[in-house]
Design a binder for this molecule. Sequence first.
Ligand code: HEM
Length: 143
Amino acid sequence: MTGYLWLKAFHIVFVVTWFAGIFYMPRLFVYHASADDQVSKERFKVMERKLYRVIMNPSMILTIVLGIWLFAESWQAYSDQVWIWLKIFLVVLLVGYHHYCLRIIKAFADDELIHSERFFRIFNELPVFILIGAVILVVVKPF
Ligand code: HEM
């Protein structure tokens, strides 16, 4: 059981670091979209690239690897319950959001503005619903 709790502890740590990146990246997009001098734009390109490569990607991979490991260890107990499959569905949406951020980063790298500042403000709010949903499903295990 102790091993399982260590897995769960680090799973939660990387969930937090992943969401730190997921919540910060669209903020950078909002500022980048409103920047009109090239010096600022170049600075945001570096910040976006580093946040994605150094924080978001490793955190996503470690969250999912440890999550699958936890699920494998608890397969007997959880595989016939709905909450875990709904949670995995939410994680798939989150991975989609994560990859869409890369598409926006690449467009900005070519000084292409593919969405408005207003779009990025709304885009910034979406992961909140996935976070609330996933945490309620895994902690409360309602069904
Ligand atoms: C494919 C991805 C994932 C899988 C397969 C997965 C699977 C699991 C499993 C099996 C547990 C242990 C549940 C228990 O024993 O009580 C767990 C714990 C947890 N997971 Fe995930 N997880 C994934 C991604 C995530 C994400 C993205 C979040 C955040 C939104 C998250 C948040 C949590 C939390 C907070 C716990 C601790 C629950 C508790 O202690 O009661 N997981 N996860």
